[in-house]
Every structure is written in C-alpha cells, then in structure tokens.
Design a protein around this ligand. Sequence first.
Ligand SMILES: Cc1cc2nc3c(=O)[nH]c(=O)nc-3n(C[C@H](O)[C@H](O)[C@H](O)COP(=O)(O)OP(=O)(O)OC[C@H]3O[C@@H](n4cnc5c(N)ncnc54)[C@H](O)[C@@H]3O)c2cc1C
Length: 550
Amino acid sequence: MLNFSSANRIQILKEAQSEIFDLVIIGGGITGAGIALDAASRGLSVLLLEKDDFASGTSSRSTKLIHGGLRYLKQMEFKIVRQVGQERAILYQNAKHLVRPEPMLLPIIEGGSLGKLSTKFGLWLYEFLAGVPLNEQKRMLNSIECIQAEPLMDNAIIRGGALYTEYRTDDARLTITVLKTAIKRGAKAVNHASVIDLLYDNGKIKGVRVQEKLSGAEFQILAHTVVNAAGPWVDEIRLKEGPLVGKQLHLTQGIHIVVHHKRFALKQAVYFDSSDKRMIFAIPRDGCTYIGTTDTNFMGDKNNPKVSVADVQYLLETCNRIFPNVHLSQNDVISSWSGLRPLIHEDGKGPSELSRKDELFVSPSGLISIAGGKLTGYRLMAKRVVDVIALKINSIEQRFIPKSQSQTVKLSGGDFIDEQDIIEFKDILCGQAKQVNCSYNKIHEWVNRYGKDAEHIVEIAFALWPEISEKELVPEIAEIHYVIHHEMCLHPSDYFVRRTSNLYFNRENLMSKFEILYPWFVQISQLNNEVARIYAEQFINEIDSAMDFN
Ligand SMILES: Cc1cc2nc3c(=O)[nH]c(=O)nc-3n(C[C@H](O)[C@H](O)[C@H](O)COP(=O)(O)OP(=O)(O)OC[C@H]3O[C@@H](n4cnc5c(N)ncnc54)[C@H](O)[C@@H]3O)c2cc1C
C-alpha cells in the first residue's frame, strides 16, 4: 500500500521522530522530488518536507515545456544543449503520458531577431547537439507555408519560418509523479509541513524542526544529511545558518496568461519575437491558449508573486502585433500564473542574461543547497546531489551506495512502449469504465494525467458505484478519492490547481464544479467543518487572485 495518503501525514511525522534518515529534503518542487527519487532508488532512507503543497512553488508555474535547450545555443552553452537534449529523451522514455512532442512554429518576422540562414543553421546545430531523432527534425518553411501552418499570423511581416519539436508537459503533475515514484521506492514525504529551524550537533547539521500547518504541531527530525531544495526560498534556509557567504540567488519573475481558444484559435504552438527581442510562447491546450513568459527582477513577497497589469499588457501587445486580427484585451484573460526563477546572481547581468545553470553549495555545517536549473534537467541535478551524499556515506560509514538508477526508472504510471500503447491502454480502460459512467474523454484526461495509474481510479469508481446515488458524479468522486489517498491531496487548491490544472484551463466550470465536489472532498478527507470553511475561503481567494492584476 502506497504511504502517500493525506490521512497519514501526521502519523508519518510522528514516526519520523524515532528514525535517523540518511537524507531530509527541504522543498517538494521538481528539484526536491528528483533528489528523493534518485536517493530512494539507491537505497537511502529519505524524508521530504514541503511547506505548502508539492509543486506549489515554481514547479507549477513554468511554461510547461521540456526544452531541448534551443535557448542555450544563443549563449554558446553547447554542453548544456547536449545534456538537456539527452535528458528530454530519457524523460520521454520514462513518462510518455506526461511528456509529449509538440510541433513548434518559429516564424521569421520582418525586423525580428531571427534571419533565415541563422535560424536554419541554429536549428541544425541544436538538433545535432541535442540528438533530436530524424522524425522530429526541423522543416524550413517559406512565407506561404508558414502562414498556412498558422493563419492567424500577419502575412505582411512573415518572411518564412521553421517547424521544430518541443516537448510539452504538466509541470505540477510531473513533480507529483516523480515524488510518487520515490514513495513507491520507500521515500517518505509530507506536504503542508514547514521546516522552521535547522538542528546542529557540534556545528554540524543533524536535522530539522518542522511545523505541521493544520495542527501547528512541531516535530524534530534527525538526518545524516539535510538538503535545501527550497527553490526561491533557498537563501532563506541558508540564512538560518548565518549571513550568506558566496553566491546568492537572483529571483526573476515570469508570468503566463490564459485566454479561451475560441478567442485566440491557434492551429498550433508558436514561439515568436516580442518587440524587445525576447521570445514568447503561445500554446494551445485543453480548450485554451496560454501565452508567456516575461522575465523581470523580483523583490516582492515570494509566497504571493502577483501578476502586474504591465506584464499582462506586454504579452497582449506582443500577440496583437504578430496576430493582428485577434485583438486580445485584458477582458479576454480568463486566468494567469506567476512564477519565480531561482537563478544564481551574476554581477551586471539582467534577468534574461542570467545563466539557467544549477549550482550546489555545501556550507561548513554540511547543509547542501541546490538552486538554479530547469524542470527539464531535474534528473541530472538530483544525481549530482545524491552523488555527493553517496561519497560522504561511503567515506564516513563505509557503506556502499550504488550509482544513480534514475535513467531507467519508469515514472509512476509511465510504463508505456510508445504512443500506440497509450492509445490501446485508453481503449481497454474505456471498455471497462463505461459501466461506471466514465466517458472516453474522462479516460483520455486521466491517462494523460496519471498514465497507467488511471486504472486505480477506475477500480475506485467500481467500488463507489453501489454507494453513490448521483451516478453521474462517480468518476469525479473516484478521482478525488484517488488524489486524497494516493497523492496526499489535502486542500482544494491541491486538487484544482496542482492535481488537475482546472484553475488554469477549466475556468468556466470551476465554480460550479467546486460547489458540487467540495462536500465530497470534505467527506473523503474527513476535514472538520471549521477547517473545511477556511480552506474553501482560501481557495475562492486563489480563484480571484488568478484574475487580480495590480
Ligand atoms: C515563468 C517560468 C517559466 C519556466 N518555464 C520552464 C520550462 O518551460 N521548462 C523548464 O524546464 N523549466 C522552466 N522553468 C524553470 C523551472 O520551473 C524551475 O527551474 C523549477 O521549477 C524549480 O524547481 P525547484 O524545485 O527548484 O523550486 P520550487 O518548485 O519553487 O520548489 C521549492 C519548494 O520548496 C518549498 N519550501 C520553501 N521553503 C520551505 C520550508 N522552509 N520548508 C519546507 N518547504 C519549503 C516551497 O514551498 C516550494 O514548493 C520556468 C520557470 C519560470 C519561473
């Protein structure tokens, strides 16, 4: 039985007090989740602690692409292009349901930053370095072909273009899936549990003090190594050890806006120039189109990075310039998100010039901090951190720790051979699930979210079927049941934002869905009335803030 139910959170913390873990990880974003998986699959005992929900930081607020590293070419970082390309291929191998090829149109615009020859050569070099397979390699387009590929573009300024391949993902689902895979391999994790202090013995770090948010209860957890993977909060954790020494974080903010697909009916994803020569993505998804991103210095409240009117206007104007008949305005924006890049400060460099490379800092107390990097490179970052820990364990305890296994570990539910296998799996599951009111669309959605783990939701639907009189609700209630008991979902936002992305891509039905489903959510998670009321208020505020620009 997977120990990943929200009902077990307090019990896990209580029991953790009587153990000494090889590794405690602060932060349940993709970096922390990746470290948990790498370490657990090498036999280390691991506890991960997350102050809000898993992926609630930057790892649910990205552009949701698994990049091949094209942007690194501009900065001549050839090694990174190669690495990132390899990582993308590994991820596709291990989680085909979550990481999908997405053809991307790169238009060459009059007066823009891209020329025909430089684009052709740049893409060739990128594909060569990243090892892009033949069937995904670029196709250069003349201006007519380019407009045919995306008729909404302004044909007066298009000089040609290229179609190349990016990969899309769901960042929060990827993070939770990596963590679920770690849990299957013996790791433990608790969300809504904040590390409030570090514990020392003779100047060496020996654990953390953690506060469970719902009850306020505090727990002391001991560990041989503590890893700080707190993303934008990395320096806050480092500050608990004293003034910052050496490199520091430089946070930059990036926002995305969402509009209905019928208002911006892109045929396909486009990556295009803005007026200040930055590049912007517009990506169709789930009946919507999302647009982003920006890159500005950030000094505000990390827990609540607001979307500014100026940033929304910048994205809208950039779209209206390239897609002149669409006439997007702020009224068309149905949702938004804002994320913070935890980059490493470099003197004299602006937000877009800062390297996206990751850095590892080991303090004199032994605290290991990791920051920078990308969603795409999480596995390599994790491997690097665990290699350092393995070396330490080996030299101090003479315990042999095997090499990283993560390259071949299929992510939970990701055991598919190819696209055809996914289609066949969906068909088989549909055949069974019809009896419990699950439509083809529902199964399609679940398999894209949970992969083969969708089978468990169908099993739950069968178990619930005799008990629930509103038969049309059985699929939704089964999914809620699954995420509460198998993905530690505690708060309505955990469900509507990180488990399902409904807040971003299903805005129209969100309130009615919430009203119908929340009583079931409360019942299944056995929240008391007062907590349920507070959570509901918090969630409604979150819905409003996705539309609240300042
Ligand atoms: C706008 C934008 C677009 C991006 N697009 C892409 C993209 O398309 N592709 C890509 O590969 N990368 C992209 N990135 C980069 C990528 O999203 C980040 O590199 C990655 O998500 C960082 O993950 P992380 O785990 O380090 O940080 P986070 O996801 O922020 O995780 C850190 C976690 O630590 C927790 N935490 C903090 N303090 C404590 C504490 N005291 N106790 C317990 N927990 C704590 C936080 O709550 C948080 O959940 C993008 C980034 C941004 C901002």
